[in-house]
Design a protein around this ligand. Structure first.
Ligand code: NAG
Ligand code: NAG
Ligand code: NAG
Ligand code: NAG
Length: 324
């Protein structure tokens, strides 16, 4: 067999569909998850699963731990200077819910876990593939109130937001079908046409993921050459996530992390990240040149491996020569 033939013929695409609020962790059935609580405790640490009533997950004191019956042989609690981390293995669908950590009976943290049941979908390169999905949606919802987002391995595929359809890198209107009308009809199926090897991955579609966002104010900026400009935005993410890295960029390539504008040699010494408050993401560009006319986007990464977000549509900057 020719090398690569198999790869070209068969792709494994898995789709997670779920209607849920934001969560601090997501895991698959039979998979594992880590829920961390960054608050130290020197006494008795207890973690309970709270859904209606409380069920013991694990309790540790002076290095010896007891697991609850429903979690037998499936958990591990590790401690570090800044807190503890619960590892949950062999996840069951009924593990979905809220986990409450406490220290000597006083509450430390609450972490929610989303358990997802994967559906494998196979397709050959060049084919069209549809992930069927229907949900109870509001027939007469205003376009701007529709929030819907599909991701592949944490990266945007398509989103409905403020009355617009946005596409992620490598996807566009010719390849992805999703519309405000389909949404109102309760049809959230995602069709990808002309499937490519790079489309293989784990897809997840979530209605109403308004917990994640970047707002650019304004979205269009004009400036004169040789002056300076501040591109301003603010961002949000669900509670329980910590932002570990953020970048402004204008070049992007499917499947690769975008390049930080500070690393571009054209911008050396001319860009600065200015942050006035915690969720503010401003970029200052000095000594503007006409070729700085680009669309700049902000992307942030959190301590959750699936918690990465790029704000669309970005800020478009146009730099013009001096008026005469
Ligand atoms: C989970 O593991 C069980 C036992 O190995 C298996 O029967 C089941 O199909 C698995 N489920 C998924 C969704 O992988
Ligand atoms: C947990 O592991 C112990 C020791 O390997 C075993 O005896 C016990 O049956 C296991 N319990 C469950 C519920 O799997
Ligand atoms: C895939 O869908 C496109 C429209 O999006 C259509 O033009 C094309 O014929 C379809 N291809 C196959 C193989 O069904
Ligand atoms: C962010 O901070 C900059 C610089 O201090 C400020 O000019 C801008 O208005 C702030 N933007 C938002 C959205 O808070």
């Amino acid at each position: 067999m020719e090398p690569g033939t198999l790869l070209r013929r068969i792709l494994l695409i898995i789709m997670f569909l779920r209607v849920s609020a934001s969560s601090s962790a997501a895991a698959r059935v039979n998979g594992s998850a880590r829920l961390s609580c960054s608050k130290p405790c020197s006494g008795e640490v207890k973690c309970v699963y709270a859904k209606g009533h409380e069920i013991l997950v694990i309790m540790c004191k002076q290095g010896s731990c007891v697991e609850g019956d429903a979690f037998k042989n499936r958990t591990e609690l590790t401690f570090s200077e800044d807190g503890c981390c619960l590892q949950l293995n062999n996840i069951q669908y009924s593990d979905d819910g809220m986990y409450v950590f406490s220290c000597d009976k006083s509450e430390l943290c609450r972490k929610s876990l989303d358990v997802l049941a994967p559906v494998p979908v196979h397709a050959a390169v060049g084919e069209n593939v549809t992930f069927p999905c229907y949900a109870h949606t509001n027939k007469i919802i205003a376009d701007r109130d529709i929030m819907y987002r599909c991701e592949k391995d944490g990266e945007l595929v398509v989103a409905l937001q403020q009355g617009n359809v946005l596409y992620g890198p490598g996807f566009d209107i010719s390849r992805v079908s999703m519309s405000l009308d389909k949404y109102k009809n309760g049809d959230l199926s995602l069709t990808i046409s002309n499937v490519q090897p790079s489309d293989a991955g784990t897809y997840r579609c979530v209605p109403g993921k308004e917990c994640w966002g970047v707002t650019y104010t304004p979205e269009h900026v004009c400036a004169l050459k040789d002056t300076s400009i501040d591109l301003s935005c603010s961002y949000k993410h669900p509670a329980g996530h910590t932002v570990i890295k953020s970048v402004w960029f204008f070049k992007e390539q499917a499947g690769v992390d975008p390049e930080d504008v500070r690393e571009d040699k054209e911008y050396q010494g001319r860009v600065q990240y200015t942050q006035s408050s915690q969720n503010n993401c401003s970029l200052r560009i000095t000594n503007l040149r006409e070729r700085d006319s680009q669309t700049y986007r902000f992307r942030f990464y959190t301590d959750d491996p699936n918690g990465k977000y790029t704000g669309q549509p970005g800020v478009s900057l146009s730099v013009t020569g001096n008026a005469t």
